[in-house]
Every structure is written in structure tokens, then in C-alpha cells.
Design a protein around this ligand. Structure first.
Ligand SMILES: NC(=O)C1=CN([C@@H]2O[C@H](COP(=O)(O)OP(=O)(O)OC[C@H]3O[C@@H](n4cnc5c(N)ncnc54)[C@H](O)[C@@H]3O)[C@@H](O)[C@H]2O)C=CC1
Ligand SMILES: O=C(CO)COP(=O)(O)O
Length: 217
């Protein structure tokens, strides 16, 4: 998103571009429940200004200079939330869900680092934090989409039935394109791509994920 803004805005405004991301399910925030987030910008002063404007006793805002890491964390976690929804919908249990979250974070980190992010950013609120919230919460639209896939609904049917956007669906294709370009393996994203865009039956796609050659963690 920051690249799109830079393309559209005059060059004098580029240094002020910030990205906000974190475990920020909007219904909880609207309900005045406490939350934390990250505002990232290559320009520390811009991030600090945005922090001053948005920080409150209910919304604790941290700054970060790694805008690439914050944006990749926010975008890619939606794909893993789709997979977490599939996992829940198939009643695979908590061990499988923890594996999806943890190995999901590993593949998000690989791609983000290859794109120039600091891997430590992905251990923070915009990475691990948002991943936990989105993969665990029944409020997540991406997780809901995954659960519906597991119930046998097609992506088109689910999309047509939703008022709002499960962003991970479109992000899957973009992430695979970037991953292929950078030579990064993203097995969970690739599995979601097979299920949503290649009509591979769900159980077969999951079996293929589990039957990949064993490797070090
Ligand atoms: N709702 C939430 O809890 C959270 C949302 N976000 C992110 O914030 C952003 C907005 O979220 P919401 O307002 O909840 O989503 P929403 O689904 O309610 O609204 C998205 C809006 O974008 C429009 N849109 C979709 N594709 C478009 C396109 N190609 N061109 C122009 N407009 C398009 C849709 O028509 C819709 O009005 C998303 O990126 C979402 O992932 C992040 C954290 C939490
Ligand atoms: O990004 C979110 C929480 O931080 C919201 O997740 P969904 O887009 O899946 O609802």
C-alpha cells in the first residue's frame, strides 16, 4: 500500500507515509476494548507524529521504522487465517491450528525478509500479534471464509454471500506471484491457492501439505 501511495502522491510527501497494523479487530475497538498496534514509517518523525495523534488509554500505539515488515505482516496473515478457518471447519483440533499459526509465521517471515523486512518485526504486533488474533477470532472474515470452504461451499458462493471483503483470498494469488519471483517457498499459501483457485479438493490439498518431504524447522 505504501508503494501505491508513493506512486500517487507528490514526491515531497513520500517520507511521511505511514502504515498502521496490528491485532485490531474493528468490532472490539468500536466496543471500547483495549488494543495495541504499530505505526511504521521510514521517517521516524512521521511515525511519532502519527503515534501522538492516535495513542489513547484504550489504544496503545508503538512505532517501528520497518514499514515493509509491518505491511507484509498485515497482508499475509489473512492467508494464514483462511487456512486456520479450514482447519477449524474440518475439526482438525488445536495441535493442527498451532502448527498452522507457527509455520504460517515462518513463511510470512521468509517472504517479508526477502522483500527487505526486518524479521524481528514479524515477531511483534503486526506479525505474531495480528496472526494470533485473526487465526483465533470468530470475528475474522478470513477465518470465516476458511470455515465455509471446509463446509464445502465454493469460493464464489462464499464471496457472493459476504457484505465485506475477506482480503486474504485476493492476497493468496499476489503472495504466490511475489514468492515465485523471490524464490521463496510458501506451502500454506500454496495450499490455499490450490483450494481456492485450482479446484483441488480440500482433503487432497491438506494431504499434499502434510506429505511434503520432511525438513529441519
Ligand atoms: N474490519 C477489521 O476488523 C479490520 C480490517 N482491516 C483491514 O482494513 C481494510 C478495510 O477493512 P473494512 O473496512 O473492515 O473492510 P470492508 O470489507 O468493510 O470494506 C472494504 C471496502 O473496500 C471496497 N473495495 C474492495 N475492493 C476494492 C477495489 N478493488 N477498489 C476499490 N474499493 C474496493 C469494498 O467495496 C468495501 O467498501 C482491509 O484492508 C482490512 O483487511 C484491518 C484490521 C482489522
Ligand atoms: O485484520 C484483522 C484483525 O487485525 C481483521 O481480520 P479479518 O479481515 O479477517 O476480519
Amino acid at each position: 500500500m505504501s508503494e501505491v501511495l508513493a506512486d500517487e502522491l507528490p514526491s515531497g510527501m513520500h517520507r511521511g507515509i505511514c502504515a498502521l497494523s496490528g491485532p485490531n479487530l474493528s468490532r472490539e475497538i468500536i466496543g471500547s476494548k483495549p488494543a495495541s498496534t504499530v505505526i511504521a514509517s521510514a521517517d521516524v518523525d512521521a511515525a511519532c507524529t502519527a503515534q501522538r495523534i492516535t495513542n489513547s488509554n484504550l489504544f496503545r500505539v508503538y512505532t517501528n521504522e520497518d514499514i515493509v515488515g509491518v505491511e507484509f505482516g498485515g497482508a499475509l496473515k489473512n492467508i494464514i487465517a483462511l487456512a486456520a478457518g479450514v482447519c477449524d471447519g474440518l475439526n482438525y483440533g488445536d495441535n493442527a491450528k498451532a502448527a498452522i499459526i507457527t509455520r504460517g509465521l515462518a513463511e510470512i517471515g521468509r517472504l517479508a525478509e526477502a522483500a527487505g523486512a526486518n524479521p524481528l518485526t514479524l515477531a511483534g504486533l503486526a506479525g505474531m500479534g495480528d496472526l494470533i488474533a485473526t487465526c483465533s477470532s470468530s470475528l475474522s472474515r478470513n477465518q470465516y471464509f476458511g470455515r465455509r470452504l471446509a463446509l464445502g461451499d465454493s469460493a464464489e458462493t462464499i464471496r457472493a454471500s459476504m457484505d465485506n471483503v475477506a482480503e486474504g483470498v485476493d492476497t493468496v494469488a499476489g503472495a504466490i506471484t511475489v514468492a515465485n519471483r523471490l524464490g521463496i517457498e510458501m506451502p500454506i499459501a500454496q495450499t490455499m491457492h490450490k483450494i481456492i483457485f485450482e479446484s483441488v479438493p480440500l482433503e487432497r490439498a491438506v494431504q499434499e501439505l502434510m506429505e511434503r518431504a520432511p525438513r529441519p524447522e
